[in-house]
Write a protein that binds this ligand. Structure first.
Ligand SMILES: Cc1ncc(COP(=O)(O)O)c(C=O)c1O
Length: 392
């Protein structure tokens, strides 16, 4: 080992200090066990609809195996712009205002690196999706987390955000429908957030990966709220609605200057999103609606089964209006979220994720994904009921 290496860790301080994802530990445990019912992984249990897979296969047969434009194929960018215009009445120029990314994951990373100077703050909820604070931190910014309350149905409220704004605040990061709670924010409450952002000159980054997965409530696009198009970076993707997690595809839309900055980083680090996925995504946007509708109807049946099931066995669960997660309270068990999840896995081989994996204010809750077969949900409920009878 050289003297230099003895004195300094090979890993930079920012990464060394970044806590590992609280989900990973449980997935590592599961890989050593048999017969586990997983309510843990946040991804559809469907494979990508056949007509979309076929479009990907056909593109390979035709020899589409090369790089695309850094911004994505113009065919896909035009299709994304058309889709957002038809569905939400928000209009983007395919050239300059749309960037095709390798999933919303890359979009999140790019936008943070494009807008943050060291020490700039981004406001987000607690609990929230595991990557949000990590992406801010890796961009040398500071994640500022606003606690959510079950009394507010886990909606992030403008009046609470306002309390956390400082001269260093650069942006508000929203993710609705929410991972991990399944909560939506109503149009009225989103408009209050929009008005606050406008008044305080803050950018809003809106992660709309679950936008299509809503139940009995309207689908909302933040950029479509009056006056918000140019103040919002919309992050959208194909992973959840079209069951395309492995294709790694998403998009970012918004203000030309920010999209240009994101494209600059993307061209040096990613170059472009995979062409096969881009070809398949065009088919998803053109003809995917019936498949999405079918999956959403199915998720809705499973959602109702799980919410009712948890409430019946004594775990109080609020009704989530979107995504595919429930967020039951385990407070009456006297265990922490982590203890509950670990004991449940070891004793009854059911995998759930502790609420604390998504922030300190997830304590007292567990996240359960219902993108799982009905009979597995029923069996998981039976096992959890048995677990509760031993522990409460
Ligand atoms: C809220 C949220 N945003 C982004 C992502 C990542 O999406 P993608 O597969 O498009 O990278 C996920 C994945 O679970 C998510 O839950």
């Amino acid at each position: 080992m050289s003297i230099k290496n003895k004195l300094k860790s090979p890993v930079c301080q920012t990464v060394a200090e970044l806590p590992p994802s609280g989900i990973r530990k449980f997935f590592d445990l599961v890989s050593t066990m048999k017969g586990v019912i997983s309510l843990g992984v946040g991804e559809p249990d469907y494979v990508t609809p056949w007509h979309i897979r076929e479009a990907g296969i056909y593109s390979l047969e035709k020899g589409y195996t090369m790089y695309t434009s850094n911004s994505g194929t113009i065919e896909l960018r035009e299709e994304i712009a058309k889709y957002l215009s038809n569905r939400y009445q928000v209009n983007y120029e395919p050239v300059g205002e749309v960037l095709v990314t390798t999933g919303v994951s890359e979009g999140l990373d790019l936008v943070m690196r494009a807008i943050l100077d060291p020490g700039d703050e981004v406001i987000m909820s607690d609990p929230c999706y595991v990557s949000y604070s990590a992406c801010v931190c890796l961009a040398r910014g500071k994640a500022v987390q606003v606690p959510l309350r079950v009394e507010d149905n886990f909606e992030l409220r403008a009046e609470n955000i306002a309390r956390y704004i400082t001269p260093n605040t650069r942006a508000i990061l929203l993710g609705y429908p929410s991972n991990p709670t399944g909560a939506m924010i109503s149009r009225e409450k989103l408009t209050e957030i929009a008005n606050l952002a406008k008044k305080r000159g803050l950018l809003v980054i809106s992660d709309e990966i679950y936008a299509r997965l809503v139940y009995g409530t309207e689908e909302l696009c933040f950029a479509a709220l009056p006056g918000m198009r140019d103040n919002t970076i919309l992050l959208g993707g194909f992973s959840k609605a079209y069951a395309m997690t492995g294709w790694r595809l998403g998009y970012a839309c918004g203000n030309q200057e920010i999209i240009a900055a994101m494209t600059k980083i993307h061209q040096f680090t990613m170059l472009c999103a995979p062409i096969t996925a881009q070809k398949a995504a065009v088919e998803a946007l053109r003809n995917g609606d019936p498949s999405v509708k079918e999956m959403v109807e199915d998720y809705n049946r499973r959602r109702m089964l799980m919410v009712k099931g948890f409430n019946n066995i004594g775990l109080k669960t609020f009704e989530p209006k979107g995504a595919f997660y429930t967020f039951p309270s385990i407070q009456n068990t006297g265990m922490t979220s982590e203890e509950f999840s670990e004991n449940l896995l070891k004793e009854e081989t059911v995998l759930v994720v502790p609420g604390t994996a998504f922030g300190a204010h997830g304590e007292g809750y567990i996240r359960c994904c219902y993108a799982t077969a009905m009979n597995d949900i029923e069996e998981a409920l039976t096992r959890i009921k048995r677990f509760l009878s031993k522990h409460t």
